[in-house]
Design a binder for this molecule. Structure first.
Ligand code: ZN
Length: 397
């Protein structure tokens, strides 16, 4: 399915580019730097660095709700000003609604798979049989000597971060997934890794007859339990904490990766599930501020910033007025402690589950212009690979 889609889309893009370029010229005709911008507009700029931001479960309605919650108005998020927008279709091969495992695997490898499966081909049977490992963008980057980093508000071996660096037939195997950090297939593996999940991963490592200390000893790489515990001298830190400050973690990772002489790839996941609507929307609003901060610290002529979600979620704003509280009724709902099933607040309804509709992709920087229209999420793999101007391996899918 992806294979037939790619050439068609490539043709569409080739045809569309001159038009996009001429539009850009018209807009910038009065700008003094018109000659330089003309030269740049002829071919998409090549990226040296890519930062992929994934708000887990953030559909269009979550971006809208986050803007309403934080600013009392729509379209106030920083990323809602980014110039390039597309809608990414997230389904797995055998059904309509995606989980994080398939959603992120598809983005990272260009191959759709089954729910529950981490960066393996769809021949995998969850929990029973492996599919072929599908090569991730992080592995491509490692192979080419870039520095790589993964930051997550969730367990660093949970499905979304796992799909960047591991291959497993079941997302639940967090011990096995985490262990793969130390046996990379390409390069020297993830350089900077900061996330949560210390208890769950630790327990599962124990079942496998190992643990953080033995792994660290065996591979000569400390595994810190907080970001604060990382010494300045460690430029390839692994942090598995109980919980993390995503902003501090991301800025630390960025600072370390920006030392690279060859470029870097950083993936940041922040949970935006709205089964708790205040928590999910606030995470999205905070993530947006972090993306603005990261943008201010990179050069957009050689760095691609990409925002997307792994799948959507059943949040709807179906009422409310300007100047009034968006989440009226939240405290009462929270006090009732009925965190199962649909959430019915005065102006917000949440059908507590993932949903099938396309999710937003927003982009700015080198290679961002390829993000437009509707596309399967596997196309985002192409967007990033093309931004780097790398060829896909024939054998990778
Ligand atoms: Zn997810």
């Amino acid at each position: 399915m992806t294979k037939t889609f790619r050439p068609a889309l490539a043709l569409a893009f080739a045809a569309a580019l001159p038009f996009a370029a001429s539009q850009l010229h018209a807009q910038e005709a009065s700008a003094p730097a018109v000659a330089a911008s003309q030269a740049q507009a002829e071919a998409p700029a090549q990226a040296r660095n890519i930062v992929l931001f994934v708000a887990d479960a953030a559909g269009v309605s979550v971006l809208n709700g986050a803007s309403l919650l934080e600013y009392g108005e729509p379209l106030k998020l920083h990323i809602q000003q980014w110039p390039h927008l597309g809608l990414s279709e997230t389904s797995p091969v055998d059904s309509f609604v995606s989980d994080s495992a398939n959603g992120m695997s598809s983005i990272m490898t260009g191959v759709k798979t089954r729910n529950g499966v981490i960066s393996q081909s769809p021949e995998a049977v969850r929990g029973e049989r492996d599919g072929a490992p599908t090569k991730t963008l992080l592995e491509y980057a490692e192979e080419r000597g870039l520095l790589t980093g993964v930051v997550s508000s969730q367990s660093i071996a949970d499905a979304t971060p796992a799909a960047t660096y591991a291959h497993a037939n079941d997302r639940g195997k967090q011990g096995e997934i985490f262990s793969q950090v130390f046996t990379p297939r390409f390069g020297d593996g993830v350089d900077v890794m900061i996330g949560a999940g210390r208890k769950r991963i630790g327990d599962q490592l124990g079942v496998l007859g190992t643990g953080f200390a033995p792994l660290a000893d065996q591979h000569g790489r400390p595994i810190y339990d907080t970001l604060d515990a990382v010494p300045q001298s460690d430029d390839r830190p692994i942090v598995v904490a109980d919980g993390i400050d995503v902003r501090a973690a991301t800025l630390r990772a960025l600072e370390l990766l920006q030392r690279s002489g060859t470029g870097y790839f950083l993936v940041v996941e922040w949970d935006a599930h709205t089964d708790d609507p205040r928590e999910g929307l606030q995470n999205m609003a905070d993530f947006d501020k972090l993306m603005a901060e990261v943008e201010s610290r990179v050069e957009l002529d050689d760095t691609l910033l990409l925002f997307t979600a792994d799948h959507s979620f059943g949040l709807q704003v179906d009422g409310g007025k300007r100047g009034e509280e968006l989440l009226a009724g939240y405290d009462e709902w929270k006090a009732a402690d009925s965190e199962e099933g649909p959430v019915r607040l005065e102006h917000v309804m949440v059908n507590d589950g993932h949903t099938a509709e396309e999710v937003p992709t927003l982009a700015i920087g080198a290679g961002a212009e390829r993000v437009r229209g509707y596309f399967p999420n596997t196309y985002l793999f192409d967007v990033m690979l093309n931004a780097w101007n790398w060829d896909p391996d024939a054998a990778s899918n």
